[in-house]
Design a protein around this ligand. Structure first.
Ligand code: FAD
Ligand code: SF4
Ligand code: SF4
Ligand code: SF4
Ligand code: SF4
Length: 411
């Protein structure tokens, strides 16, 4: 009997999935079992598109198509929860299984508490995450640091602290992530600051950390984080879709040590990145100066998991003059005031900004201060955000009262 809190090494029983999977294919086998057994109607995950820099989201209903998605795409920086909200009706009418990095998992909770996603209908398969690399920067990094043609690279992986690439001629090259980051490459800046390494708010948290001994590289370490996750793991094991083994105790210890080391590293990056913003008035001037490049393309709003309002305040003429580019600082102040309590540091508003404004850095720095002040931690549970406490005009409905209205229309 599998229960919440259990930990196992798992791998796919199917030889093709075992071979194709990043670490033994357990995640693909679990997704396939969930679909075949009718636990879910569809699987939302990502698949390699045109090349290794192109991770595309896919909705799969035919279990035979899942093996094609196996493997980890470290340049896959997309945020799946916003797609569930936008294009899959928030999983209100369909049962879904979805693969989620830590920031995705946090976004799921923030959207769920705003009633934009129905978590009851979703099986969340968490992927441990040391970080992801921006596809644009990855190309430059491979040309400059690896001295390889980015178009010739057919595979990438992250192993033992190195980013490793393989080209079509079979040439392998690995460079330590620390070295890459010192040179301004490597993981995205938000990933460097991220402290959600094992996404325990999912139903299962899966990763390679802690798999040692004969199974190293051939199995995934699965931590069971909910009853739903336990049911999936147990069902898949009984059906013969996956094989499991007790984890080696030393492996559990190593996994814990790596997670702690990653927290310390993130603290170091936070101190450096937030410190570089300056203090007090200097910080404000810095932010105002950077955001003055804004061309109001709305990508930060379109892709932020906290932004879902039907009528966005940044489009109200009495607040932000229509057609004015760059927009007044009010445009950014509205976002800061509406989102800073709940920002999950997913990096979408920075990565997709047409003007390379470090929006996620600004928002995350505010979120960290808000967390210190009020104790609200976004993305870990269903606790309501601080803004949900705001008294609204009577004609507007409170977050807690409605499944459809917004809470951010105060100004
Ligand atoms: P597979 O059977 O290969 O299935 C993997 C599933 O993940 C597939 O469905 C695939 O579509 C999906 N997927 C691939 N890329 C993404 C993506 N970018 N976003 C969402 N879904 C995706 N584990 C660690 O222990 N430490 C780490 O530092 C670590 N970093 C990771 C960083 C990234 C960006 C990713 C995607 C994964 C990371 N993992 C990490 C998890 C690890 O690489 C494996 O995914 C995990 O062990 C499961 O292996 P598997 O063979 O069972 O998965
Ligand atoms: Fe992974 Fe965290 Fe970066 Fe998200 S923000 S991709 S969870 S390291
Ligand atoms: Fe993600 Fe940016 Fe929104 Fe924060 S503000 S949740 S980093 S998109
Ligand atoms: Fe985002 Fe605020 Fe606009 Fe809502 S009103 S979409 S929270 S900026
Ligand atoms: Fe401005 Fe960048 Fe947001 Fe576009 S994504 S509106 S340029 S801050």
């Amino acid at each position: 009997m599998v229960a919440k809190g259990d930990m196992v090494y798992a791998s796919a029983s199917d030889a093709a999935i075992l071979e194709k999977g990043e670490c033994g294919g357990a995640v693909t086998a679990l997704l396939k079992y969930a679909l075949e057994s009718g636990m879910v109607d569809a699987v939302l995950t990502v698949k390699k598109g045109y090349d290794i820099y192109d991770a595309k989201p896919v909705l799969i209903k035919d279990p035979a198509e899942l093996a094609d998605c196996a493997g980890s795409l470290h340049c896959g920086t997309l945020l799946l929860p916003k797609l569930i909200k936008k294009y899959l009706d928030g999983a209100k009418n369909e049962k879904l299984a979805v693969t989620l990095k830590g920031c995705d998992a946090k976004a799921m909770y923030e959207l769920a508490k705003r009633k934009q996603i129905n978590l009851d209908n979703v099986i969340m398969i968490g992927l441990n995450c040391g970080g992801s690399v921006s596809p644009v920067l990855a190309r430059t990094m491979i040309a400059d640091k690896f001295e390889m043609d980015p178009d010739s690279v057919v595979k990438e992986e992250i192993d033992k602290g190195q980013f490793i690439v393989l080209d079509q001629n079979g040439e392998h090259k690995g460079i330590s992530i620390d070295e890459l980051e010192e040179a301004g490459y490597g993981r995205r800046a938000n990933c460097q600051r991220c402290k959600t390494k094992v996404p325990r708010q999912c139903d299962l948290a899966c990763g390679n950390w802690g798999v040692i001994g004969p199974k190293a590289g051939k199995a995934t370490f699965v931590e069971v984080c909910s009853d739903k996750g336990a049911a999936l793991l147990e069902g898949a094991t009984k059906a013969g879709a996956i094989e499991t083994a007790e984890p080696i105790p030393k492996g559990i210890e190593i996994r814990g040590k790596i997670e702690n080391a990653m927290f310390k590293l993130a603290d170091k990056h936070r101190a450096a990145q937030f410190g570089a913003l300056g203090e007090s008035e200097d910080r404000l001037k810095f932010i105002m100066n950077e955001t003055s490049r804004c061309i109001k393309c709305y990508q930060c709003i379109e892709n932020c998991p906290i932004c879902y309002c039907v009528e966005c305040s940044t489009k109200k003429p009495h607040l932000v003059t229509p057609g004015q580019v760059p927009p007044p600082f009010m445009f950014h102040l509205i976002r800061f005031s509406h989102i800073s309590d709940s920002c999950v540091n997913c990096g979408q508003c920075e990565e997709l900004c047409a003007m390379d404004i470090p929006n996620a850095l600004f928002m995350h720095s505010l979120q960290v201060e808000m967390e210190k002040m009020f104790g609200f931690v976004p993305g870990v549970n269903m606790d309501l955000p601080i803004l949900a406490l705001v008294e609204e005009p009577t004609e507007r409905k409170r977050l807690s009262d409605t499944g459809s209205d917004q809470i951010y229309n105060i100004f």
